[in-house]
Design a protein around this ligand. Structure first.
Ligand code: ATP
Length: 629
C-alpha cells in the first residue's frame, strides 16, 4: 500500500473507547496487584505494627504525664516511649522498602505484559494505531501503577489506623469522640464526591499524553519533510495543543486533589479547635482530667496521619485505576495464533521442500479484506509460486500487491479460500512455521537498533561471522564493512546509513541462510545504480535455487521475472512472461510504458531516478531480455 510520508496533524484515533464502571476499573487495578498479594500482606502487617506503635505513643505520653503529676519514677514510661519511637521507625522503614519493591514489580509486570502483547498481536491491531500512542501505553501508563500499588496497603493501613484512633479516643471520652466523628463524616462525604472526578481528569490527561506521543512519533519520523515544508511552527502548535490539553486535565486533577487535602486538613483542624473548647469546659467541670484532654488532642492531631494517608492513597488509586483501564485495552489486542487450532489437526512442521513439481506456495480462490464490511482488497486469487524461479507482481497502485504479500506472510487472514505451503493449508501451520520458510525484505527496509552484525543476525541469531561476511559479499558491502574500525560491531544508527546501503543490509539479512522463498518488496524510492545492480543480481541468483517473489517497481526486475502477475482492482488480470504480456495485455503495456521502456534500440530510457544511478541516463538491458516485437 502507498503511504504518504506526511505527518498528520489530525488527532489520532483513540484505542476503542470503552466506558467501564468505577467498580470494574477498580477490579482491573486489582488484577495487576493480585500476583503480589503475599508481599502486600506482609506490608500490611508491618504497617499495622507501625500504626500500633504510633497509636500507643499518646497513651504512653499520658502515662508519663500522670507519673509526673503523681511524683512516680519516670524511667519506665520514658523508656517505653523511646522504644516505641525506635521500633516504629524501623518497621516503617522496612515497610517502605517492601512497598517500593512491590510497586516496581507491578510496573515491571505491566510493562512486560504490554510489550509481550504488542509483539504477539496481529499486525492490523498495531498498524491501525499511532505507534507513539502505543509507546506511551508501555511507558507512562504502567508508571501510574507505581503509587497505586502501595495505595491498597496504604488505604487498609490508613483505615485501620483511623478506626484504631477513633476507638482509643472513645476510651478517653465519648462526647469528644462525637465531635470528632462529625468532622470525619463531613470529610468522608466530600472526599467521596471529589475523588471520582480526580480519576476522570487523570484518565483524560493520560489520553492526551497518548495522543501527543502519537503525533510526536510521526513528526520525528518525518522530521525532514516537516522542515522541508517549513511546518515546524504548525507541528509545534499541533503537539503543544495535546501537551496543553494534558496539562489542563492534570491541573484539574491537581486542583481537585488540593481541594480534597484542604478539606480534610481544615476539617480536622476545626475538629481540634472544637475539641479544645468542649474539652476545656469538660475539664473545668471535672468531667475529664487534663491529661485525658491532652491525650485526646494528641489523637486528634494524629488523625491527620490516617486521613492524610487515606486522601493520598485514594488519589493515587484514581491514577492507577485510570492506567489499569487503558492497559486493559491493550490486553484486548487480538493475538496471532501461537498454535494450530485443535479442529485443524496437530501442529506439524512444514515439510522442508515438498515434491519438486508442487508449487512451494499457492493461493486458491483467496479473497481478503482489511475490515468486515470493507471492500475486498484482493478477490478470487488463484496463483502458484513455483519452487524455483522468479515471480514478479505488477499492477497499478491499490491493485493488491502488498495485500498478497501480507497474506503470504500471514499478516492477514483470508476471508475465503486457502493459502498452501508445500501443498498444506496455512491454517495447519503456525505463523512462525510459515515465516520460518520465507525471507522478507520490506520496501522501507528499516534498520534495527544495534550493530551491523545484530542487523544481519536478526533472523538467524546463531549465524556465524563467516555467514555474515558471505551475505555482505553477496550485496557488495563486505569491503565497506571490512574497512570500518569496528567491522561487524559498528553501531548502525539509521541516520548514518544511506537508503541504498540500508536496502543492501536488509537483502543480506534475507539471503543469509538460503530461504525457500524470498519475498522482496522493491523500493520505489531512488536507489543508487550499485544497489539496483546488486538487488538484480541477488534476485537472479536466488531464483536459480529457490522461489523469489517480487513486488516489482523497476523495469529490470520485471524483465528478469520468469512469471509476471498483473494485478488490477484486487484481482489477477493476467499471468505470463514479459513478451507474451506485452503482446496480449493492454494494462501491462501501460505499466511498462510508465517505466519508460523503449523497445527499438537495445537500450532503455529509464525513469529519472535511474539516471543518477548509472550516470548514463540509460539502463542497459541484455538484448535477449528485450521484448521481441
Ligand atoms: N491497512 C489497510 N487497511 C484498509 N485498507 C487497506 C489497507 N491496506 C491496503 N488497503 C486497501 O487494499 C487495497 C489494496 O491495497 P494494496 O496496498 O495491497 O495495493 P498495492 O498494489 O500494494 O498498492 P501500492 O503499489 O500503492 O502499494 C487498496 O484498495 C487499499 O486501499
Amino acid at each position: 500500500m502507498f503511504h504518504c510520508g506526511v505527518t498528520s496533524t489530525a488527532t489520532p484515533t483513540r484505542i476503542e473507547p470503552q466506558p467501564p464502571t468505577q467498580r470494574a476499573r477498580t477490579g482491573l487495578l486489582l488484577t495487576h496487584l493480585r500476583p503480589h498479594w503475599p508481599a502486600m500482606l506482609v506490608g500490611l502487617v508491618l504497617g499495622l505494627f507501625a500504626n500500633a506503635a504510633g497509636l500507643a505513643a499518646p497513651l504512653v505520653t499520658k502515662w508519663v504525664l500522670d507519673a509526673l503529676g503523681a511524683g512516680e519514677p519516670l524511667a519506665r514510661p520514658v523508656t517505653v516511649l523511646l522504644m516505641l519511637v525506635v521500633v516504629g521507625a524501623v518497621i516503617s522503614l522496612w515497610q517502605w522498602i517492601l512497598m517500593g519493591r512491590i510497586a516496581e514489580a507491578v510496573v515491571l509486570d505491566a510493562r512486560t505484559g504490554v510489550i509481550r502483547r504488542y509483539l504477539a498481536a496481529r499486525i492490523d491491531q498495531l498498524t491501525r494505531r499511532p505507534s507513539g500512542e502505543l509507546v506511551t501505553r508501555a511507558t507512562s501508563d504502567p508508571a501510574l501503577l507505581h503509587q497505586a500499588s502501595g495505595s491498597l496497603v496504604g488505604l487498609t493501613n490508613g483505615a485501620l489506623a483511623l478506626i484504631g484512633t477513633l476507638v482509643l479516643m472513645g476510651t478517653l471520652d465519648l462526647v469528644l469522640l462525637g465531635v470528632t466523628m462529625v468532622a470525619v463524616f463531613v470529610v468522608a462525604v466530600l472526599m467521596g464526591l471529589l475523588l471520582p472526578t480526580i480519576g476522570r481528569a487523570q484518565e483524560a490527561a493520560q489520553e492526551s499524553v497518548g495522543q501527543l506521543g502519537g503525533i510526536l512519533e510521526g513528526t520525528l519520523r518525518a522530521v525532514r519533510t516537516v522542515k522541508a515544508s517549513r511546518a515546524e511552527q504548525r507541528q509545534t502548535e499541533a503537539l503543544t495543543t495535546h501537551a496543553r490539553e494534558a496539562a489542563r486535565h492534570g491541573l484539574r486533577a491537581a486542583r481537585r486533589s488540593a481541594l480534597v487535602w484542604t478539606i480534610s486538613w481544615t476539617g480536622i483542624q476545626f475538629a481540634v479547635i472544637v475539641i479544645l473548647g468542649v474539652g476545656a469546659v469538660r475539664a473545668e467541670r471535672g468531667l475529664i482530667e487534663v491529661s485525658t484532654l491532652i491525650a485526646f488532642l494528641l489523637y486528634a492531631f494524629g488523625l491527620m496521619g490516617p486521613i492524610g494517608d487515606l486522601t493520598q492513597n485514594l488519589t493515587a488509586m484514581q491514577a492507577g485505576i485510570a492506567a489499569a483501564g487503558r492497559l486493559r485495552e491493550i490486553e484486548a489486542l487480538a493475538a496471532e495464533p501461537g498454535s494450530v487450532p485443535a479442529e485443524v489437526g496437530p501442529a506439524g512442521r512444514p515439510q522442508d521442500g515438498g515434491a519438486p513439481a508442487e508449487p512451494v506456495l499457492a493461493l486458491r480462490g483467496v479473497t481478503a479484506r482489511y475490515a468486515p464490511g470493507a471492500p475486498p482488497a484482493v478477490r478470487d486469487i488463484d496463483l502458484e509460486i513455483p519452487r524455483v524461479g522468479h515471480t514478479a507482481l505488477v499492477g497499478p497502485s491499490g491493485a493488491g500487491k502488498t495485500t498478497l504479500f501480507s497474506l503470504l506472510l500471514r499478516f492477514l487472514e483470508p476471508e475465503h479460500g486457502d493459502l498452501l505451503l508445500d501443498g498444506r493449508r496455512y491454517v495447519e501451520h503456525t505463523p512462525a512455521q510459515i515465516r520460518g520458510r520465507l525471507a522478507y525484505v520490506e520496501q522501507e527496509t528499516p534498520v534495527l537498533p544495534g550493530t551491523i552484525g545484530d542487523n544481519l543476525r536478526f533472523t538467524h541469531p546463531d549465524a556465524a561471522d563467516d555467514e555474515l561476511w558471505a551475505a555482505l559479499r553477496a550485496v557488495d558491502l563486505h569491503e565497506k564493512v571490512a574497512g570500518l574500525e569496528l567491522g561487524l560491531d559498528t553501531p548502525l544508527a539509521a541516520t548514518t546509513v544511506s537508503g541504498g546501503e540500508r536496502q543492501r543490509i536488509a537483502l543480506a539479512r534475507a539471503v543469509l541462510r538460503t530461504p525457500d522463498v524470498l519475498l522482496l518488496d522493491e523500493a520505489t524510492s531512488q536507489v543508487d545504480g550499485l544497489t539496483e545492480a546488486v538487488v538484480s543480481r541477488c534476485v537472479r541468483q536466488r531464483a536459480q535455487q529457490g522461489a523469489v517473489v517480487t513486488i516489482a517497481h523497476r523495469l529490470s526486475t520485471v524483465l528478469d521475472a520468469d512469471q509476471i502477475v498483473v494485478l488490477e482492482g484486487g484481482g489477477i488480470r493476467a499471468v505470463g512472461d514479459h513478451a507474451t504480456l506485452l503482446r496480449t495485455d493492454e494494462l501491462y503495456r501501460d505499466l511498462v510504458a510508465s517505466l519508460r521502456i523503449g523497445t527499438a534500440t537495445g537500450t532503455v530510457t529509464t525513469a529519472p531516478e535511474a539516471d543518477e544511478g548509472n550516470g548514463s541516463g540509460t539502463l542497459l538491458v541484455p538484448h535477449d531480455r528485450l521484448p521481441q516485437e
